[in-house]
Design a protein around this ligand. Sequence first.
Ligand SMILES: [Zn+2]
Length: 1039
Amino acid sequence: MATPVLKHWRTTLERVEKFVSPLYFTDCNLRGRLFGDSCPVDALSSFLTPERLPYEEAIQQNFSPAQVGDSFGPTWWTCWFRVELTIPEAWVGQEVHLRWESDGEGLVWRDGEPVQGLTKEGEKTSYVLNERLGEGDPRSLTLYVEVACSGLLGAGKGSMIAAPDPEKMFQVSRAELAVFHQDVHKLLVVLELLLGMAKGLGEDNQRSFQALYTANQMVNVCDPAQPKTFSVAQALACQFFGQHGGESQHTLHAMGHCHIDTAWLWPFEETVRKCARSWVTAVQLMERNPEFIFVCSQAQQLLWVKSHYPGLYTRLQEFACCGQFVPVGGTWVEMDGNLPSGEAMVRQFLQGQNFFLQEFGKMCSEFWLPDTFGYSAQLPQIMLGCGIGRFLTQKLSWNLVNSFPHHTFFWEGLDGSRVLTHFPPGNSYGMQGSVEEVLKTVTNNRDKGRTNHSAFLFGFGDGGGGPTQTMLDRLKRLGNTDGLPRVQLSSPGRLFSALESTSGQLCTWVGELFLELHNGTYTSQAQIKKGNRECERILHDVELLSSLALARSAQFLYPAAQLQCLWRLLLLNQFHDVVPGSCIQLVAEDAMCHYKDIRSHGNKLLSTAAAALCAGEPGPEGLLVVNTLPWKRTEVLALPKPGGAHSLALVTVPSMGFAPAPAPTSLQPLVPQQPVFVVQEPDGSVTLDNGIIRVRLDPTGRLSSLVLVASGREAIAEGAVGNQFVLFDDVPLYWDAWDVMDYHLETRRPVLGQVRTLAVGTEGGLRGSAWFLLQLSPNSRLSQEVVLDVGCPYVRFHTEVHWHEAHKFLKVEFPARVQSPQATYEIQFGHLQRPTHYNTSWDWARFEVWTHRWMDLSEHGFGLALLNDCKYGASVHGNVLSLSLLRAPKAPDAFADMGRHEFTYALMPHKGSFQDAGVIRAAYTLNFPLLALPAPGPAPAAAWSAFSLSTPAVVLETVKQAEAPAESRTLLLRLYEAYGSHVDCWLHTSLLVQEAVLCDFLERRDPAGQLPLSDASLKLTFSPFQVRSLLLVLQTPSD
Ligand SMILES: [Zn+2]
């Protein structure tokens, strides 16, 4: 020990590195001694199946002899291995492992229960048979290993996000018993930490040298062949790590986590098994490490495990009781943060929080969305309404252009709601406990002068099985070491409480958290988007109609259980890789099946509710025309005629109510408005005019003029044409289905049509239309019918596209005769402005944005709104409104978006503000057509309205039965202020109401929220974009 130590940094450092290296000198270094004696298993046999079988069924099958080196597959199949083993008697007193290495993801079953996940990618290749083999312990065992033929990140051909390779084969490369040397493992952990400090703190830092020379000294005293030397080395480490930091040390709250995408590069069904593999591994770690806390989100995944792995689920509930397993997030799945409707976002929490309460005894206090592609400005209000004031994500660290300025801050939403928000400064939810990550967390933290706490989320995601014992050993060892931040195994609750107690100096970020990446996800997989929008509409309509039936009929049974199933299915597909379209083909197909189910069940429920509404009414048989929106509508409706044909009729239906359909034989009533005129000029152009707007289409179908008739005001920019289709090259840097890059704008190519393709469709009267065909490219074509109805303030463009492209982006543009530095876009329960220029990096990073049903470009006194029925991608640059229609990415789904598409957009010029002009209502109208439902018996003879409002600034968005089973005759109403104004609103109802009381989004009564009813009306006060919920307790109807 008296030998002088030389002062050479590099040789000293590399010497220690080689001592722990898994690659070099393993014949004589410490790593080479991690495992001692080994022996093969007695027998290995296997059974291959394309199905995902339950354990009981699988082990009954015929197993054939197998050996290490065997291949199995292909992709998405499952290989079950039976492992028969005998532990040598000589190993008594030792720690014994089954070492298993294979491709794919494995799950070990012992005595009929899952016990541990196995995956090379997640550093889980060792199953502990005995921590210390006792004299009396059984030494002969039979285990099963269920290996899924897909990896941690699916089965991409060549690269991770490439479409899965259906032919991929998998191999088992190790299956043996071995003695594990715990003392070697412990030394390796500390030596790696010391190396991390030496490198991470750098040569300017004295603690770095102390770490390096401690490690060097440990190597000097440690002889890998002489285990009795290990304790001397370990004592040196203890001395070093026993030197604590000062009071000012930053604290990392380390939480175990396993981010599992509910479907992505693998189908939903595989996620069920990913959850089991990961969580059973976490349970094992919780058993061995009582201080270890594992954080787990997504109610849907827990429900899957409850039904498929009840034993494991019980263990999770037990660990939840003692605080080691912490359900977090409060939502059904980790949903996309941009595209779901406001109501759907509320339902994510409603379904999630109720599940967590029922299954784990309490609701979640933190909203958890680490991996989602941007966050709506309405989320703070929705979170607060669902009992959550804390939010965690890290995704904005993926911003391509601007670095987000805060890690801990108050996020203020559209209505002024504020929630405490934290971005783990290490920019990851899959840390491994290295010194490098620990240091990065503090260095990156942009609020370290304001608050002294950061989150540190560790564990492999996506089926990697979450944390490992090694990660835990690292973090535990780091506890409180001079030179590093303090590391605590902690929980979200403890982190946020610490942040709250020091939040006085925090900054506030107002408005949306826009992710400057993945802007292609507003458009990719157009059929999923369309399914999402349509199913949101269907569930809205079913709930309203069923509520009205409940109110009018004592016999009607509200379909609460069915609606819960359908909602959960819709919410499932709002997961952050499904509705954004960043999933593989198998998932897209599943999503289409889910939407089909919601449509068919939803339509049946609509008929049932309509039948109940008609019951007992003395009218003629026929159709019931239903208006599910909270204002009176007069519209042209296509009524079905016997034999499958349709006839057009102008119908008026009161607010949230119904009217009898005009008999098909009756004469149309005199139309108060001007009928639609359709004129084709000799040059082939067509003019449509309904007295409100006059539309002129050039001979190729482009919009050469759009005039607001009353004022004569032209909406199309001078010398320009609207309805101009444009194609762009769309080749991102990597994330194909996710990203559209700024440079795609430089490849803009207008699609020019053939002259004389425009023809008159419907000749006028109640409706006028013109249509045309457009060849987009040699492989893709488009047809469009441009439709104008009597009395309608907008012109609709019904579009059909046969799309067969690679890496092309189709948009449609409308240059407006409007000048404004900002445009308005609809979001959940409201709208916001974004710039129309590229002044600063924050402005041009938003070259492609998302919207819901409408966008608007207005100047003082006039504007142009663009409405849509199933699109989300959009932009307004300068005076050009542009709607993103179709993309053609090839990964991870090689066939994404190929084939036939149908969608509608509409254009509405208006005077005054978009609010006063009724743009919001028009967009609702486009998305919620009047329903003509067959009445089984006599239809009601008179029109009827359930609800109406005194101001157009407020929208009654949702009417449904209250969730609480005891409140079966109570309705829940949700209303929001849509204009951005302070307003008083009278809600009028024809229903017999006993009591009205305000509640939160989870339908918990506000103790001070009683609302007095006078003349069947009640008064509500709103601030801008405020969403209010109330319960109406109904009187029992007399039938
Ligand atoms: Zn994810």
